[in-house]
Design a protein around this ligand. Structure first.
Ligand SMILES: [Zn+2]
Length: 631
């Protein structure tokens, strides 16, 4: 993976950006956050560096620059800088009697509860095994060794389960020594986000999290949710128990837990829970110290802000009076019943406000871009935990609109616009040619009108991606927008775009699909076949293939014809052109390389099978800020 790629051409902030950032007043500053983020620290990882096989997974030294100055550099929005300085606090923290968190070695938190059975309950084992193992080791060394006897996955995002193999193993789970609890729908949603859209989502996530940007005042500063993602492959072990109902109770590691099911809030499958005997509340990722995303810019199913708000009210009603401490899957805890209640109430209100005000305007005929321009967080939301360090009001309002009304604003002029390359060529010609557009755009740049510059110069780049001057100007304007963004995800996206306009698309060396094969049902694999099938490269048919999955002992029928596939589970066609005995991993590998079929047992017409797999598209690195080479 091309990590730490030199970003030599990063430019300093313009005078106008410096002035914009210096004019920001942190009227919402809450000095209590510093105490909350550092309270109860009992240990830190000795080196602060987690490695596996010589590869650095996470290194706190890369973030040291954030801790060095209380004042934001001119190239960083002061609100984001404040958040970054809170997120770099790292170590093992005592949250309450018998409850600890390891924070600051991944984007997310891992929480340990000392169970009445002598074991650990682990909540959310981080993104990858090496980091989760380092966190568990730190807890064991500092607090006394305990076996892990239960694990809770709060929700279906990978930074909350991907490190499971760092805290337990499949045998321990199979033996019943470790129970794993997750919300209903967990597995389906894990796969749903990572399989059908997985390839492009990894690419888009690199923009959201800025994974390829070098850390520094002109590069990566923070992710909003946490300082940075740990970079190592994730694992997965299926839950042994699921939570489907609010009010459902379990005793895990000897600790009583009461659950609230909150589907379609921050994740499609998510849950909050309360420990009545410890007066502690876990709000998963539904309430963190940021305005969250109703639609992350990496792409995801749009979240239900109205339901999200109502779940928070329900949690207040169920548990606020019986809670002394609230913690979450990111950021620091809240302490004291009144503080928790106030925090939850404002979180409830911000998701409701975005929902209601977006739809008030939508019902008056405002389109998504107009709503995004119109709505600004009112002054009553004067707490830092509802500021848009991760989500942002403009894209969240677009998400609310999209959830109810879709992508179309109902102006037929926007019903079928020309695609970017063609539109770009036409705009540039109508505006007097590329040089004329760039001359005007440079004037806009001098005036600090960076939003307009990127909107208009984008047409020049798409009309002629070889136009170096256009690429440079576009990169310069994106970069200034990044420096002025309070949202870490916006900053990361702008700076990634600038980098790629200057250097060309970065290449991510890891593709999740094959590594996820063991997590997939055969049905998912056939869903993947469908989205990779290129009918122009396989014109035979209609015909059918039989597949027998040797590791699952399942039969599946794959039909091909009419430029599309169809799939039936538990079906066999006697007229099939071939029958294939194969295991899941080999099948998954064959999606990218038909040569993997040498490990399959094929009767019938082997050549047609090979030809079909050869017609599946191998996804490469999609350009995002310029046309595809074949576009
Ligand atoms: Zn998360």
């Amino acid at each position: 993976m091309a990590l730490n790629k030199p970003y030599r051409q990063a430019k300093p902030p313009t005078d106008l950006t410096v002035a914009a950032n210096q004019s920001v007043v942190l009227s919402f500053d809450d000095p209590g956050d510093h105490d909350r983020a550092t309270r109860g620290r009992v240990a830190q990882l000795d080196s602060g560096r987690i490695t596996v096989g010589g590869h650095v997974v996470f290194d706190v030294a890369r973030r040291e620059f954030v801790g060095q100055s209380e004042t934001a550099p001119d190239s960083v929005h002061p609100g984001l800088w404040r958040q970054a300085r809170l997120n770099v606090n790292h170590g093992l923290f005592e949250v309450a009697d018998g409850i600890w968190q390891v924070r600051g070695y991944d984007i997310s938190n891992i929480t340990f509860l000392a169970g009445d059975d002598g074991g650990w309950m682990v909540i959310d084992p981080l993104t990858n095994g090496p980091t989760a193992a380092a966190a568990l080791d730190l807890a064991n060394r500092t607090l006394g060794e305990r076996p892990v006897t239960s694990v809770i996955y709060t929700h279906s995002h990978v930074d909350h389960f991907g490190g499971i193999l760092g805290v337990t193993d499949r045998d321990a789970v199979d033996r019943g020594d470790v129970r794993i609890v997750a919300p209903v729908g967990f597995l389906e949603e894990v796969v749903g986000e990572l399989v059908v859209a997985g390839h492009i989502m990894v690419r888009r996530a690199a923009y959201q999290f800025g994974t390829l940007l070098p850390p520094g005042p002109l590069g990566h500063v923070d992710c909003g949710l946490g300082s940075a993602l740990g970079l190592a492959p994730w694992g997965r072990v299926a839950p042994t128990h699921t939570v489907a109902e609010t009010g459902q109770e379990m005793t895990l590691s000897g600790i009583r837990v009461v659950f609230q099911n909150t589907p379609d809030a921050e994740a499609p499958a998510e849950m909050n829970f309360h420990f009545p005997d410890r007066r502690a509340l876990c709000m998963a990722e539904n309430c963190t110290h940021t305005l969250h995303n109703l639609h992350p810019i990496r792409g995801a199913k749009t979240r239900d802000s109205l339901a999200w708000s109502k779940y928070i009210q329900e949690a207040i009603d169920l548990w606020a009076d019986d809670t002394d401490v609230m913690f979450a899957s990111h950021h620091w805890p809240r302490f004291g019943t009144d503080d928790v209640r106030g925090f939850l109430a404002m979180q409830r209100d911000v998701y409701r406000w975005m929902h209601d005000q977006t739809m008030r305007l939508a019902n008056q005929g405002y389109g998504p871009d107009e709503i995004a321009a119109e709505l600004h967080l009112p002054d009553e939301f004067d707490q830092s935990h509802v500021r848009g360090y991760y989500g942002a009001v403009p894209h969240n309002c677009r998400a609310v609109f999209n959830r109810y009304l879709g992508w179309y604003d109902s102006n037929p002029a926007n019903l079928d616009p020309l695609p970017p390359v063609q539109a770009g060529a036409n705009y540039v010609e109508f505006m007097g040619g590329a040089d004329a557009v760039l001359a005007k755009a440079r004037s806009s740049f001098e005036r600090g009108d960076y939003r307009w510059v990127v909107q208009v110069v984008n047409h020049v780049v798409f009309a002629d991606p070889a136009n170096r001057a256009a690429r440079e100007l576009q990169a310069d304007a994106l970069e200034q927008l990044g420096y002025q963004s309070e949202s870490a995800t916006w900053r990361n996206a702008y700076l990634m775009g600038a980098m790629e306009l200057r250097d060309g698309p970065s290449r991510l060396g890891w593709v999740p699909i094959e590594s996820m094969a063991q997590a997939m049902e055969a049905e998912h694999l056939f869903d993947l076949v469908g989205v990779r099938f290129d009918p122009s490269r396989f014109t035979m048919g209609p015909l059918a293939f039989n597949f027998h999955f040797t590791d699952l002992d399942e039969d599946h029928l794959l039909g091909v014809g009419r430029s599309v596939i169809h799939h039936r589970a538990a079906a066999v066609d006697d007229g099939a052109v071939a029958s294939v005995r194969i295991d899941r991993a080999t099948f998954a590998a064959a999606l990218s390389d038909a040569a993997a079929l040498r490990d399959a047992e094929i009767s019938g017409d082997r050549d047609i099978v090979t030809e079909f797999f050869g017609a599946l598209t191998v996804f490469g690195t999609a350009p995002l800020v310029e046309p595809r080479p074949d576009g």
